[in-house]
Design a protein around this ligand. Structure first.
Ligand code: ADP
Ligand code: ASP
Ligand code: MG
Length: 416
């Protein structure tokens, strides 16, 4: 079985959904598991619903209406008859969403977040599945929450591999077209959980691992993995073949074309990953597989925006050594900060982090009790894998550099 993943960009409108069908017809779909994300920017739109809900804002109904109108617009582009059952199914899903908000008693933001954002994937897969049926393409709609079991870390759930493996082995039908949701799972009480933003690639890898898939293909709006994000770097070039290790490094440093958690399960079973264009499905794209000889021979540029650079120094001029560092790391972990760079000297320690969950204010208060805390918000972190002189010049030009670090293969620069 092959696993395909289509992200938000691929199903952002009715033409996108039609194109997914065209891609499947080009590459075959007899024995395929299709993982689909929420349409376009739906997850962001649902985040706004949640924000309005918690702030008890008068804008809440408008925020819900926007999500609803967007999806009904897509339905109208796919089905000419509003009596099709998918219209009433969507209406009842939105009624469920509103009912949840009306009756919810939980003050837990992360819990509520998962119960609401999950509608994005549930709705998108319902639309795609019915559209395929309508076009005569039989398929099996699966509720991923019956397969991927997790702990209760809402918004960043950890997969229970044993239960997940059992569910998938027992209940995923082979030799058919299966359609399921990316990004979602469920906990032991069957409440919905999510695997972290952009987590649908990871969902594809989880299924691939558990069914021993032949391959995974993630279909993108770019030709494959390139040596830079083409949005920010002119002349980005396609990497035809890279190793799992290189892909993990690129994803870890912030090449958003692949979610970093995707590679490890695939690498463990040596399942090849293809990153291909949904615009030109006949092109080979990038293949990610085993092998040290597959390293790119050109510098790869990665930029992460909206990072935080924190520098801590001791209040009493004492050294920042093992015990302080271990305390600092345990706090970073506790406040769910993602660390992408570390540098230390005798009495200071700098760290470049991403504050995904908006916890910096609280963390700062704790840190200030023990350290002098200096910080820059909204900095950019540039990473160059396989750097050379010319590559570093390109990145450094016209920028104020706050920190620079060089290892054998990788150069990192934090800029304002
Ligand atoms: P999805 O629709 O699957 O969620 P994303 O938008 O998350 O897709 O990922 C595709 C985007 O990743 C591309 O449009 C591109 O701007 C960005 N990107 C970042 N780094 C790279 C890279 N090294 N190669 C290709 N694309 C990249
Ligand atoms: N819809 C989710 C998000 O936007 C998951 C994904 O797209 O991968 O984060
Ligand atoms: Mg995405």
């Amino acid at each position: 079985m092959r696993v395909f993943k289509f992200g938000g960009a691929s199903v952002k409108d009715a033409d996108g959904v039609k194109n997914v069908l065209r891609v499947l017809q080009t590459v075959g779909f007899d024995d395929v598991l299709l993982v689909i994300s929420a349409m376009g920017k739906t997850t962001n739109a649902l985040e706004l619903v949640i924000k309005n809900y918690f702030e008890q804002s008068a804008e809440l109904p408008d925020a819900i209406a926007a999500v609803k109108e967007y999806h009904f617009g897509i339905l109208n582009g796919l089905f000419d008859n509003e009596n099709h059952e998918v219209f009433s199914m969507l209406n009842s899903m939105f009624a469920d969403l509103e009912y949840f908000l009306k009756t919810n008693k939980s003050p837990n933001y992360n819990f509520v977040y998962d119960q609401i954002v999950s509608f994005g994937e549930l709705i998108s897969t319902t639309i795609v599945s019915h559209y395929f049926d309508f076009c005569g393409i039989k398929n099996n709609w699966l509720d991923v929450r019956n397969f991927i079991k997790t702990d209760t870390t809402y918004r960043d759930a950890v997969v229970n591999w044993e239960l997940t493996q059992e569910n998938i082995s027992k209940n995923v039908q082979k030799n058919v077209l299966n359609i399921t949701q990316g990004f979602l799972g469920s906990d032991e009480n069957n409440f919905t959980t999510t695997l972290g933003r952009e987590g649908s690639d990871y969902t594809a890898a989880i299924f691939a691992y558990c069914i021993n898939a032949e391959s995974v293909t993630i279909w993108k709006d770019v030709p494959g993995v390139m040596n830079a994000d083409p949005r920010y770097f002119q002349n980005a070039a396609l990497l035809n073949q890279i190793s799992y290790r290189e892909a993990i490094e690129l994803a870890f440093y912030g090449a958003t074309v692949i979610h970093p958690k995707t590679l490890q399960p695939l690498q463990r079973k040596e399942i090849p990953l293809y990153v291909k264009s949904f615009v030109n499905p006949e092109l080979p794209g990038t293949s990610v597989s085993k092998g040290a000889d597959l390293e790119p021979h050109l510098p790869c540029f990665i930029v992460k925006k909206e990072q935080l650079l924190i520098s801590l120094s001791s209040l009493d001029f004492s050294f920042i050594v093992e015990e302080n560092i271990s305390e600092i790391f345990s706090l970073l972990h506790q406040y769910k900060m993602k660390v992408s760079l570390i540098q230390n000297s005798a009495i200071s320690f700098s760290v470049c982090i991403e504050d995904k969950f908006g916890n910096f204010g609280d963390l700062k208060n704790v840190l200030q009790k023990k350290f002098k805390v200096a910080y820059n918000q909204n900095v950019s972190l540039y990473t160059i894998r396989h750097f050379n002189e010319n590559a570093s010049k390109i990145v450094e030009e016209n920028k104020e550099i706050l920190l620079k670090q060089i290892s054998r293969e990788t150069m990192q620069i934090v800029t304002k």
